[in-house]
Design a protein around this ligand. Structure first.
Ligand SMILES: C[S@@+](CC[C@H](N)C(=O)[O-])C[C@H]1O[C@@H](n2cnc3c(N)ncnc32)[C@H](O)[C@@H]1O
Length: 409
């Protein structure tokens, strides 16, 4: 899950409300994301559905996909639209559930909830109601909902795991969820607190795709299907947003799933989250594989030395195989240098990779050609400097793309 990079919850809520009040009240203004009928058409909403929607409501459409492609909403359902905005999806869901069903359209931003309330009254739509609340605390009873739809919201929510747990709680067992949201390839790691607008630009708050799906699995959802992936930001009118999105691999996905009978217990959830493959993938995406490689190299080298020394003092003699020991240290040193190299793609500097390669070579020289403690240590020092330099450069590159400037990283 993505960290909240320096933002307080209040900053996020204030920025979200300000942004979506503007989308509700002045939809023709300039936004960094596509808005209105054109946006909905681009995302593949059927024209006849859009033709049936009130014009002013459609003007404030701000979805990132068409969650109905996952087909979770069915006739007769009690449906919840989380982050309904101006309520276009809620009204479409209202048509699907029919007169025997009902749609609750929930949104954090009062201006959005008000706008939808007025639209519903003007159009005489009786099977959709509005609710102003946060996705993190749904004012609904356990198991009271048959299906949930959500479009472009979770990336804006500070506590995503809590919001997903709330979805699980209010859905009945076997209830269905369809969601369109923004996902990314690698998380943002610079502190963005100087510019809360970055959060509402839908990339900084987004989650890495596998983590996004795991978040639902961890909460007890099953049969997850990604029905479509879209290059949503390609349609952004802002060149900077397009650049930020491309840099982090931001895109939108439409996912369908089903609520399992029970939420996994805390121990099972913890075990799932502690899966070494998940931890390794997370270290890799955050650009910390070099740190991990260096840590393992140092631990194998000096940790083993200290450990065997302590055991010897306690009278336990271990026969270390010098070749295996040296081989493991060399392997981790080379891994460290290899992990630094991909940084070139992000910051276009060859210095850290050259330094890391030199460091790994010095360590290998000391291990396999001529051992001198100071030489070995200087190899590790070069590796450490290279890892630190690479991380700094990655952060600066990230800050530059986000328009923060190098000093804020
Ligand atoms: C990108 S817009 C999408 C609106 C709507 N789903 C659509 O497709 O037009 C995101 C909406 O989520 C709402 N939102 C953001 N954070 C929320 C939260 N924590 N709880 C409920 N709604 C939230 C915003 O007010 C905004 O209306």
């Amino acid at each position: 899950m993505v960290a909240i990079l320096g933002y307080s919850r209040e900053q996020i809520f204030t920025a979200v409300k300000a942004m979506y009040t503007a989308v509700a009240s002045a939809p023709s203004a300039d936004f960094h994301f596509p808005v209105g009928r054109t946006a909905a058409e681009t995302l593949g909403y059927p024209r006849e559905r859009l033709d049936a929607l009130p014009r002013t409501q459609l003007d404030s459409f701000a979805g990132v996909g068409c969650p109905f492609n996952a087909g979770a909403v069915r006739p007769g359902d009690i449906t919840l639209d989380i982050g309904a905005g101006a309520g276009n999806d809620a009204v479409i869901a209202g048509e699907i559930v029919g007169p025997d069903g009902h749609v609750v359209a929930l949104d954090l931003t009062p201006a959005m909830a008000r706008k939808l309330h007025e639209t519903l009254a003007d159009a005489g739509i009786a099977n959709v109601s509005t609710l102003q609340a946060s996705a993190e605390r749904l004012p609904l009873a356990d198991g009271s909902i048959d299906s949930i739809t959500s479009n472009g919201v979770l990336n804006l929510v500070p506590d995503k795991r809590r919001a997903v747990a709330e979805m699980f709680r209010v859905l009945r067992p076997d209830g269905r969820l369809q969601i369109a949201d923004v996902v990314i390839d690698r998380p943002v790691s610079v502190d963005c607190h100087t510019d809360p607008r970055l959060w509402v630009e839908c990339v900084v708050g987004a989650t890495v795709e596998e983590d996004f799906l795991d978040m639902f699995r961890d909460a007890g959802f099953q049969d997850l299907r990604t029905v479509r992936t879209l290059d949503y930001f390609a349609h952004s009118p802002s060149a900077q947003t397009r650049e930020v999105a491309a840099s982090f691999g931001a895109r939108s996905v439409e996912v369908g799933m089903r609520r399992g009978a029970h939420a996994p217990g805390p121990l099972l959830q913890w075990l799932r989250r502690s899966d070494p493959r998940r931890i390794a993938a997370s270290i890799w995406r955050r650009g910390f594989l070099g740190v991990a490689g260096l840590g393992l190299a140092l631990l194998t080298c000096y940790g083993t030395l200290i450990g065997t020394g302590l055991l010897a003092m306690a009278g336990v003699r271990l026969a270390l195989n010098q070749n295996i020991w040296a081989g493991a240290i060399a392997l981790f040193a080379v891994l460290t240098a290899t992990a630094v190299a991909p940084g070139i793609r992000l910051h276009h500097h060859y210095g850290p990779t050259a330094l890391a390669t030199a460091g790994a070579a010095i360590v290998c020289f000391a291990l396999f050609v001529h051992y001198v403690f100071v030489v070995e240590l200087s190899g590790f020092a070069a590796l450490a400097a290279a890892v630190w330099w690479d991380i700094r450069l990655r952060r600066w590159a990230e800050a530059r793309v986000l328009g923060l400037g190098p000093t804020t990283s």
